[in-house]
Design a protein around this ligand. Structure first.
Ligand code: ADP
Ligand code: MG
Length: 270
């Protein structure tokens, strides 16, 4: 059996904010390759959870499972209290039990990838309004007004009619953030949003993400920018070889790590 059908996620009774993302004992195999080995994670409303770890440790796979881009082999994932329903695919893995549920869950998440992947045949404004107009059914005029506001937020108001190819990587990534925000996501997921950028462009993108974090936006952020993670994260998870090796508040993870592997990782990257 893959994931059991969810009992409705209970409202928090502990005085804490509601859980926006809940991952429990997640396993993911690609054939013989066991990539995630029982990962658990929780992001409450307003939290910024940073995921750090070496290349190949399973960070992207974890985010992709949350966003339903990969199907977990087993385990539980809830977005806004709604459990992703899976059914066995007959090959020891799983597939979504309900396509419409996947669409609904995706619409609550804003995903920003390492490569900016804007639609190259569309202007920035068209990129930002595409999903609101064509998927969410928002009136074009309203979507345009919102897109202009979002592009202004990320410092690109005057580039609204420009095609991505004419922009720097930093500008493209800021536009990708505006596009992700346009669906009014409950949670933003970032997968190494600055690692494909020239060093001089990293700061402008981190500034936009940092502003969102300081506004209290819920996010799960995979990053190699340790200084930034220390600054904005409320909780840090160190993944090693598909398992949570150590987790805690940033002061602990970066200031007083316990695990030898984590100490070594921080030294190697810092
Ligand atoms: P990270 O983001 O931490 O660098 P990934 O989650 O991308 O790690 O990858 C973890 C492991 O899973 C790697 O060994 C990678 O080669 C493997 N992997 C990722 N995606 C696939 C896939 N679609 N098919 C087979 N192996 C994959
Ligand atoms: Mg990755």
């Amino acid at each position: 059996m893959v994931a059991v059908d969810a009992a409705k996620h209970p409202a928090p009774t502990d005085g804490l904010a509601a859980e926006a993302i809940h991952v429990e004992n997640l396993h993911k195999k690609f054939g013989q390759l066991h990539v995630l080995k029982g990962v658990s994670l929780s992001a409450r409303d307003g939290e910024v959870v940073a995921i750090i770890g070496g290349s190949g440790s399973g960070k992207s796979t974890l985010l992709r499972c949350i966003n339903c881009l990969e199907n977990p082999t087993s385990g539980i994932i809830r977005v806004n209290g709604e459990e992703i329903r899976l059914k066995p695919n007959g090959f020891g893995d799983s597939i979504p039990a309900d396509r419409r549920q996947i669409e609904r869950i995706r619409s609550r998440l804003g995903m920003v990838f390492q490569s900016f992947n804007l639609w190259s045949h569309m202007t920035l404004l068209e990129n930002v309004i595409e999903v609101p107009v064509h998927v969410l059914g928002i009136k074009r005029m309203d979507a345009i007004a919102e897109a202009e506001r979002l592009l202004a937020r990320v410092g690109l108001a005057e580039k609204r009619d420009v095609y991505p190819a004419y922009l720097s990587g930093g500008q493209q990534q800021r536009a990708a953030i505006a596009r992700a925000l346009a669906v009014q996501p409950r949670v933003m997921l970032f997968d190494e949003p600055t690692s494909a950028l020239d060093p001089e462009l990293v700061g402008e993108v981190l500034k936009v993400i940092g502003d969102l974090a300081r506004e209290g936006r819920t996010m799960v952020l995979v990053t190699h920018e340790m200084k930034f993670a220390r600054e904005v994260a409320t909780h840090v998870i160190y993944l090693f070889n598909g398992q949570v090796e150590e987790e805690g508040p940033p002061e602990q993870i970066f200031g007083a790590p316990k695990s030898e592997r984590l100490k070594q990782f921080i030294r190697s990257i810092g």
